[in-house]
Design a protein around this ligand. Structure first.
Ligand code: MN
Length: 291
């Protein structure tokens, strides 16, 4: 086994608003990851770094919009998010919870701050990933996996306090609850000051760590909070040490080596499929949902 070396440590790009509720740093695609497949199967990562929202009578958020051809994975660290979709599903993503939504053949949804959270305001911090689907599964029926914090795979480190919350894949044989269409590992390493641990991924898996909280040493190199570490595909082993209490979002997955045609909320293999998805939305085939 050999070290998986750091390719880039990426500072958070300037944020932009998604609707009026999500102030996000879009780490990829774009910038250093201009190659849309550089983190495949992860296509997009929007990071809502921690901010304080003031109380609001009307929940902030983003109104009705479609998705098709991939999965949205929403990970809440602070605050609460409510969602509703065109199939009549709804739910709340609380702190530590993950919503793994398979858009597949297509749906409409809306994402807002949860009502009680909106009224009180307070800290808000979240990540949304777009996970690509392989061509054979792009038309799969939409579905949700509501993954609560209590239901994550929990691997407790030798200090007895640091925990690896496994969302998908596994960590030292502790499995995460998420079903995935292609092999990947998604986890939150919640480390107490001084904790050290290691991760092993196949060399060809695309791998990146987002430091959610606290400063860490990754392969001995200091990485501040809110920074993203992109790894080379040159080895298997990564070491992490918490300089202070820290949370690190760990992403690693087998690349999907298929063409990408990405436009707005559609992630297809060909432009003809994108055109078809747009026509389907306009024809009402993704259902109806009120703002
Ligand atoms: Mn959405």
């Amino acid at each position: 086994m050999s070290v998986k070396n750091i390719e880039h440590i990426i500072a958070p790009p300037p944020p932009h608003m998604v609707g009026d509720g999500f102030r996000v740093h879009s780490f990829f695609p774009g910038g250093r990851l201009i190659d849309k497949k550089r983190m495949s199967p992860f296509f997009l990562m929007d990071y809502g770094a921690r901010i304080e929202f003031t109380p609001a009578a009307q929940p902030r958020g983003v109104g009705v919009h479609p998705h098709a051809g991939f999965e949205t994975v929403t990970i809440a660290y602070h605050g609460k998010i409510a969602h509703h979709d065109s199939a009549g599903n709804s739910g709340i993503i609380g702190e530590g919870d993950v919503q793994w939504m398979t858009a597949g053949s297509g749906l409409l949804h809306k994402e807002y701050h949860e009502e009680e959270y909106s009224k009180t305001g307070g800290p808000f911090q979240m990540v949304q990933l777009w996970v690509n689907l392989p061509a054979k599964d792009k038309k799969t029926a939409p579905k949700y996996q509501e993954l609560t914090h209590a239901g994550m795979g929990r691997y407790i480190l030798p200090d007895g306090e640091s925990v690896i919350d496994v969302i998908a894949g596994d960590y030292k044989e502790t499995k995460g609850p998420a079903f995935t269409f292609t092999p990947m590992q998604v986890m939150n390493a919640r480390l107490k000051k001084g904790a050290q641990t290691g991760f092993t991924f196949p060399a060809h898996y695309n791998t990146g760590f987002l430091v959610i909280e606290g400063q860490v040493l990754i392969n001995g190199t200091p990485v501040p909070a809110d920074h993203f570490v992109l790894f080379k595909n040159d080895g298997e082993d990564v070491s992490v040490e918490a300089v202070e209490n820290a949370i690190v979002l760990v992403l690693s997955g087998e690349p999907i080596d298929e063409p990408i045609a990405a436009y707005g909320p559609f992630l297809m293999n060909t432009w003809a499929e994108v055109e078809q998805a747009i026509q389907d939305v306009n024809a009402g085939k993704f259902g109806m949902l009120e703002d």
